[in-house]
Design a binder for this molecule. Structure first.
Ligand code: C2E
Ligand code: MG
Ligand code: MG
Length: 262
């Protein structure tokens, strides 16, 4: 797998798909569908010559262990920033407003990473304020060196999001210590929000704490109309999930954006 992955990067078998993140107010309340994308999240895929399209869960870990995550992460950031700038140029008001890119631990431990991000923003012509880097709770809550690197990234003018919130070990009470603009509420809460009062309370508490800290909220993994309505009622600002759209190839994302244009 390790050799396969190294070869995949050289042979350009990796590609990026984009999943829309929508404003729930516009989508749920006004029944606009599909809504304009407030943001898109870049998600990597591997088109393996034998295995077909391989999801990231099956190779991100390997990439981290074998030291290929740096090259992989650079490919995703570079590809996504260029794509985002092209959409802005070609689509105008229909273009997504924010680009979210996932980071892994190994990237944050790399001393050259901040300079790399700065260079990529510059080379792609992307406005730093339009880039949001997603880190997981356990990563963001780590030692002082990681915290320092996150602060340096913020100083470039971009924002940070806390991914999969609720699954890690940091709690609501430590949210104020993390330098994040957005909290993404994990799918495991959203998927039970309709049936379970307990999960609704957890979502509501998260939203309240976030709002008090001026942090945006995104409900992840929204799969039904009922879930969209519940997370909207609990105060989540944005939603992401198969109910709105699966992750899409660039050309399909453009179709999705255009299909709502009247
Ligand atoms: P994530 O950042 O939390 O991304 C959301 C994942 O949930 C994506 O899976 C997405 O396809 C999936 N998803 C979205 N809506 C729904 C839904 O309604 N139902 C269900 N069941 N799933 C939904 P994906 O693309 O397989 O990625 C899995 C994880 O791999 C990501 O979780 C992220 O942690 C990591 N990942 C993906 N791309 C990258 C990357 O470029 N770099 C790094 N470091 N990690 C990445
Ligand atoms: Mg993410
Ligand atoms: Mg997530």
């Amino acid at each position: 797998m390790e050799n396969d992955l190294r070869r995949a990067i050289v042979d350009q078998e990796l590609f990026v798909v984009y999943q829309p993140v929508v404003m729930l107010e516009l989508t749920v309340d006004r029944r606009a569908f599909p809504p304009h994308a407030a943001a898109v999240e870049a998600l990597v895929r591997w088109r393996h010559p034998v295995r077909g399209v391989v999801p990231p869960a099956e190779f991100i870990g390997v990439a981290e262990e074998c030291g290929a995550i740096g090259a992989l992460g650079e490919f995703v950031l570079d590809t996504a920033c260029r794509q985002f700038v092209a959409w802005k140029r070609d689509l105008g008001r229909l273009a997504p407003r924010l680009l979210a890119v996932n980071l892994s631990r190994a990237q944050l431990n790399d001393g050259g990473f901040v300079a790399y991000v700065s260079r990529t923003l510059h080379d792609s012509g992307m406005d730093p304020a339009e880039l949001q880097l997603e880190v997981t709770e356990s990563l963001a809550a780590q030692d002082e060196s990681v915290q320092a690197r996150l602060r340096q990234l913020k100083e470039l003018g971009l924002t940070l999001a806390l991914d999969d919130f609720g699954t890690g070990y940091s709690s609501l009470s430590s949210l104020h210590q993390l330098p994040v603009a957005t909290v993404k509420i994990d799918r495991s809460f959203v998927s039970q929000a309709v049936e379970s009062a307990h999960h609704r309370v957890l979502i509501e508490a998260t939203v309240r704490v976030a709002v008090s800290l001026n942090i945006n909220t995104v409900a992840e993994g929204v799969e039904s109309d009922a879930q969209a309505s519940v997370v909207r009622a609990l105060g989540c600002e944005k939603g992401q999930g198969y109910f709105f759209s699966k992750p899409l190839l660039p050309e399909s994302l453009v179709d999705w954006l255009r299909s709502n244009d009247s």
